[in-house]
Design a protein around this ligand. Structure first.
Ligand code: URA
Length: 242
């Protein structure tokens, strides 16, 4: 394992920011192999050295797991010649590590997007076999009602004949010919939620993913902001995905 700076290890693992690591080291809260370490620029092998932060051991993760609040107008891709991608919103070190988005959100969709360099976990989360639930909040141009809830629950047939699995539709408000709805799907067909709502005569005006499997979008993240997943969140994602 290549040597890495202590502050980088701590921030990659979601323990604290680099700035907090430096402050903590100054006050003696970081140890390496039992010795207090006041210099977070020191490089260690995270798999060999015993690192603690405020008395707690920091378990090294071989992979990176990030939660991004994707803003609209950004591509769910790792690179593009002319348009901004979600990788452009992250520090360069993540690109070098081979981090990529888990599945896709359309360019105009915002909300929860996971990024990782763990191909196995990404595959498990996106494989149709696992039917991971995804929850979206949408505003539609068109009033939706009980008949639409029933049609979603029965499994919609889209305009091109594609048949969808049963899905959840909750209508939160209908005002001025527009509906605020929550849609829950367990598959990921191309433009699925937009096409489902369009099939009921209520095209999407805005669409935001608020949850994927056991993880909800962190309300502390503004559009464009991201953070590493905590260990308990990684464990939740892994549970039942093997
Ligand atoms: N469904 C869509 O239509 N778009 C997305 O980005 C995600 C789900």
């Amino acid at each position: 394992m290549p040597l890495q700076r202590i502050d980088k290890i701590l921030s990659n693992m979601g323990v604290c920011s680099r700035r907090e690591a430096a402050a903590e080291a100054r006050s003696g809260g970081i140890t390496v192999d039992g010795e207090t370490c006041r210099d977070v620029s020191r490089k260690i092998d995270p798999e060999q050295s015993r690192l603690t932060f405020r008395g707690r051991p920091v378990g090294y993760q071989a992979h990176v797991y990030l939660m991004l609040h994707k803003p609209p107008g950004v591509l769910s891709a790792t690179e593009d010649r002319s348009q901004q991608t979600v990788l452009d919103l992250l520090p360069e070190e993540y690109r070098a590590r081979g981090v990529f988005p888990v599945g896709r959100l359309d360019k105009d969709t915002s909300g929860l997007l996971l990024l990782t360099d763990d191909g196995a976990l990404s595959h498990a989360l996106t494989s149709p076999r696992h039917q991971v639930q995804k929850v979206y909040e949408a505003e539609t141009d068109g009033a939706l009602g009980q008949a639409d809830i029933d049609a979603f629950a029965a499994g919609l047939t889209l305009r091109d004949g594609t048949v969808c699995r049963p899905a959840g539709l909750e209508i939160r408000a209908v005002r001025g010919g527009r509906s605020q709805v929550t849609v829950t799907v367990c598959e990921g067909k191309y433009h699925q939620v937009r096409r489902m709502l369009a099939a009921r005569g209520a095209p999407v005006v805005t669409l935001r993913r608020v949850a994927e499997g056991p993880l909800a979008l962190d309300p502390a993240l503004a559009p464009g902001q991201w953070r590493p997943l905590r260990q308990d969140e990684i464990d939740l994602l892994r549970a039942g995905r093997n």
